[in-house]
Design a protein around this ligand. Structure first.
Ligand SMILES: *Cc1c(COP(=O)(O)O)cnc(C)c1O
Length: 296
């Protein structure tokens, strides 16, 4: 690793008690590794960072919204690796910066705002010396991202029948699919209404691997949308297990796993590993008091 991070902090929490012994379930707490290079982002960025350094780039340019876990991770990882970073932000510069963008800026990230239209095309604005930067797709989507994500499996304690993850760009899910054995299943929970996701994932999966299921029933209205029911679930989960989750990804993931288990989706005796992909910093977008736990 280029980054001096403590991977051993990613311990697992056994939450089998939630399932009355029908299945075994554990949460791989990637969120414990680093507060800013959070969860899966650390793994997805690894080979992009190597690429940038190996090809003598000055830094990395990437894309995100105001509460982007990815941009904050890019800012922090670049800072640690001696690279510069530029964040391209969707929309106009707000009068008040989000806590995420304030942090990114403090880590040395240069923020550039582009119109929603240009953002859709992922247009890199014409900045002086732009060719000296490696452009990393939004969310770290791509083969290099998936290659790094497969290494999440090195932290799994033993063998599981199912690996469950939240899905944004699908890069993490693709990495897991590439990394598990044929008799193991990867279950991805789509947190958006994006139906083109299956193709995006297929593009990153090597060969014709079929051991995956992408589930579209738990987006709660769309990306970053949430309901009182979701918040209540997250608070309840924290009370029972001390596992904190975020409103965009891992809250929906845990909700989905619990709901699927209640419908006997996982055969009796399954060993389920739930990947906690971090993102807790994004909860700062909520009004104070909405959650009973903080950003640990
Ligand atoms: C970015 C992110 C994801 C989505 O990962 P993809 O590889 O883009 O699917 C999941 N969980 C958290 C907490 C994230 O920040």
């Amino acid at each position: 690793m280029l980054l001096s991070l403590s991977l051993h902090l990613a311990t697992t929490d056994n939450i089998s008690s939630l399932f009355n012994g029908r299945i075994e379930a554990a949460v791989l707490r990637l969120d414990r590794i680093d507060r800013r290079i959070s969860g899966n982002k650390l793994f997805k960025l690894k080979y992009y960072l190597q690429h940038a350094i190996g090809s003598n780039k000055k830094g990395i340019i990437s894309f995100g919204g105001a509460w982007s876990n990815h941009l904050l991770a890019v800012a922090a990882a670049c800072r640690q690796s001696g690279l510069e970073s530029i964040g391209i932000i969707r929309g106009e510069e707000p009068r008040e910066l989000s806590s995420t963008l304030i942090d990114a800026k403090q880590l040395g990230m240069q923020l550039i705002y582009i119109s929603r239209h240009d953002y859709r095309d992922k247009k890199v604005p014409s900045i002086d010396g732009v060719e000296q930067y490696l452009v990393v797709p939004e969310g770290g989507y791509g083969l290099e991202g998936a290659r790094g994500a497969a290494e999440i499996l090195d932290l799994a304690p033993g063998r599981f029948t199912h690996y469950c993850c939240a899905v944004g760009t699908g890069t993490t899910m693709a990495g897991l699919v590439n990394g598990v054995h044929d008799d193991q299943q990867v279950v991805g929970i789509n947190v958006m209404k994006n139906k083109g996701l299956e193709e995006e994932i297929a593009r990153l999966v090597s060969g014709k691997r079929a051991n995956r299921a992408l589930i579209h029933d738990y987006h709660f209205g769309g990306y970053a949308k949430h309901s009182p029911e979701l918040l209540a679930f997250m608070n309840d989960l924290y009370e029972k297990t001390h596992v904190p989750t975020d409103i965009v990804y891992t809250g929906k993931l845990l909700y989905a796993v619990c709901d699927l288990a209640s419908k006997d989706y996982f055969p009796e005796g399954s060993k389920v590993l739930i990947i906690h992909s971090g993102g807790l910093q994004g909860n700062r977008s909520l009004p104070e008091g909405a959650l009973t736990f903080g950003w640990e």
